[in-house]
Design a binder for this molecule. Sequence first.
Ligand code: PEP
Length: 262
Amino acid sequence: MARRPLIAGNWKMHGGRADLDKLRMIREATRRRICETTDVLVCPPATLLAHAFEALEPKVAVGGQDCHFAASGPYTGSISAPMLADSGARYVILGHSERRSGCGEDDALVARKVAAAWSAGLVAIVCVGETEAEHAAGRTLAVLREELTGSLPSGATGDNTVIAYEPIWAIGAGRTPTPDEIEKIHHAMREHLSHRIGEPAARAVRLLYGGSVKPENAGEILAIRNVDGALVGGASLNAEDFIAICRSVPEPAAAPPRGGLE
Ligand code: PEP
């Protein structure tokens, strides 16, 4: 079964209404050929969600960058998954390393948030990735297995879950793993998912790569087997760069084999 590529932009804590023109540019540039074959998503700050929905939907999707595990309640400053859905969001990024390290989020909390996202009908983009020290110590696969096990409640399917492999040392650093490393890691993640949720569901879950994806390296990264798209931080703030990354998705006919676990 072919997985539909997903290019997701994470604006993080950047952007205001003056940036909505960027979204209109993205919508115009992607709505024909690109959106026929690829899912395009922008996750702006929460203050822009409703504006982004107006500017982008229905062809380009809008997503949140985090949500609370509760549907509502006395949680000042937090946003719930049903609120995101109400604003028009279809996806939510969860377990980003900046929240794991900066806000003390552990796997158990991420798993509660994923369950909340599913209950609200959102697709959870669950981020996993190793630190530079873990990478140097050869612990990458062990860390990813631990994070996937802890952060995914039971019930993950290709419809409700996307996994983003984001090596922490590559985020915003201008460095990436080699294509060979990315291929091995994505293969291992799919094998792990296969044991965890069964092969049919594991085959359907999209695995994104994130960490310093730019127009210059997107073509090479997106052509790697088992890479079903990209989570893009810095480069998504520049509409032309983000559009160029969307254009780098291989044509379906030229895409690498998608069916197997390898
Ligand atoms: C991210 O933070 O999700 C990310 C991938 O950032 P960047 O593309 O800037 O490395």
